[in-house]
Structures are given as C-alpha cells and as structure tokens.
Design a protein around this ligand. Sequence first.
Ligand code: FSX
Ligand code: SF4
Length: 296
Amino acid sequence: MERKRGSVSSETEEYPVIWLQCATCTGCSVSVLNSVSPSIKNVLIDEVIPGKHVDLRFHATIMAGTGDLVIERMEETAHKKGGYILVVEGAIPRDGAYGSIGERNGEAVSMASRVESLGKDALAVIALGTCAAFGGIAAAEPNPSGCGGVAELFSSHNIRTPLINIPGCPPHPDWFVGTVASILLKGLPSPEELDEYKRPKAFFGKLINENCPRRAYFDEGKFARKFGEPGCLNELGCKGPVTYADCPLRLWNNGVNWCIGAGSPCIGCVEPGFPDLVSPFYRKLVEIALPTKKEV
Ligand code: FSX
Ligand code: SF4
C-alpha cells in the first residue's frame, strides 16, 4: 500500500537530516522555523522538490521524543555512511565540560565528539549560523569554553566531508531552505558556487553596500550623524561596505524590512570574526582595522 505523509509517497527519495544544536541561542532554528515560502511545515511534511523529501530525524527543539530513544534514532540514522545530511547550529566548545548531546554507556558525549563522529560520515555538513560557521558570538573574547566553528574542528581532525557555511546571526530562512532545495535538485554545490569562506555565492556574493537603498547618499557623502536621520549610516558604524549578503534585495520577515531599512547600521553578522572584529557596532568603519575590509 502506498504510504502517505503530507504529499510524500513511497516513491519519494528520502534525505535524512540530523540537526545538532551546540553552543547556540537557538535563534538560527527560530529563524528557519519562520520560513514563509515554503513554510517549515511544507519543508518537513511535503516534498520540497518533486520526488525528494527532507526527513528531519533529530532536532532537539522540535522533536517530540527525548532521552535515549532519540539518541538511538540519531545513531541509527548515522549508521549509513554518506546516507544523511548533518546540520550544525551553534559553535562547538572544545572543552566537553561546556556542552554535551546525550550519553553513551552512561557518560555524556561532548558536542565536539558528536560533530566529529557524525560529521565525518555525513554526505555533507551545513554549518548554519555564524556561530557554527566561524565561532560567532559563542567564540567572542574571552571565549572560556574554546568555542569555534565546524571548519575549525574539521581541519583539526582532518575531516574532509563537504561543508557549506550559511552564516548570519541569525541566518535568513531562505538561505537555508534555498541551499537545501538546491542540494536536492542538483546535488552538492561545486567549489565555484561557494566563496572563500564556503558560503553559497547565490546568497553571499555581493556586498550589502552595492545594493543598499542609501547608496546614493554614500556616493554623495551625505551621512546621518544621529540615528533616525536620512543619509548613509557609515558614520554610525555601518559594516555594509565589508559585508557580503543579499539582505537589501531579499529583506527579512517575509519582505517587511531589514536592518538598514529600519535605520540600524549593518553589523556584519555574516562575516568571519563577528562580533569581535566588527565591534563596537556603532563605530565608524575606517576606525576599525578589519582584515576583510575592502577599499570603498
Ligand atoms: Fe549563533 Fe545560532 Fe546567532 Fe543565535 O544557532 S548565529 S547566536 S542567532 O542561534 O548560533
Ligand atoms: Fe548603505 Fe551602510 Fe553602505 Fe551607507 S555604508 S550605503 S548605509 S550599506
């Protein structure tokens, strides 16, 4: 008999996903759960791409089960080498005392050990959010827990599983859903489709500054001196000239607005080194030595 769940049939190709939440504020999950088109219900219940379905097997915030049962399910899913996609949300504390996910033989299993063991056998890993991609807020000075991103952990363990970084604090839901849909549709992204920080160029290919609606003010040197004034927000600390993301075109909250539209300077939340390198947020960019800074 044909098995039906949402619009998913027995003919459908299943893509198991294990989603680990490490040192996170859960903002990344909240952002993706607020995806509007498609809605998260459609992503999880229906076929995002005809004939292909995302089978979310483990996600601590939204799964109904708890305890050994869900850990067993996660480990079962991971038995098939290359048979699942791993999503990592949040930074990974090097010191296991700062975070664990489940137990093995009565002993807590550290987040780092989970990401390492699940990461090495995954088909691909998506580091979702700036914390998972580059360390982010969790890795800000003085970083007592030794937090870092997935790439850092992988390079210290020589893990070569394909990695896609989708930074943002939080990331836009479209960046995640669009990346997953593209993997289902045409496989993993080629190296040319990712930038030097493994971010999909489709979403992170252009500087905020290039498409900013205040760009004319920037070119004319008309700067806001106080919040609420018209003008370019450069003097108020805008990091748009060194930040790669499509926020000015995509907007947030289903197209309602975005940071600069609401009068706030861009804080560079998708860039490696956020937040330390782009702090103080409201200090003019030229006064900060940024390794990623481009001449503007
Ligand atoms: Fe970090 Fe994401 Fe910012 Fe929060 O998981 S990218 S602090 S929105 O939740 O990890
Ligand atoms: Fe827009 Fe900021 Fe660039 Fe000014 S500095 S044009 S506000 S992105």
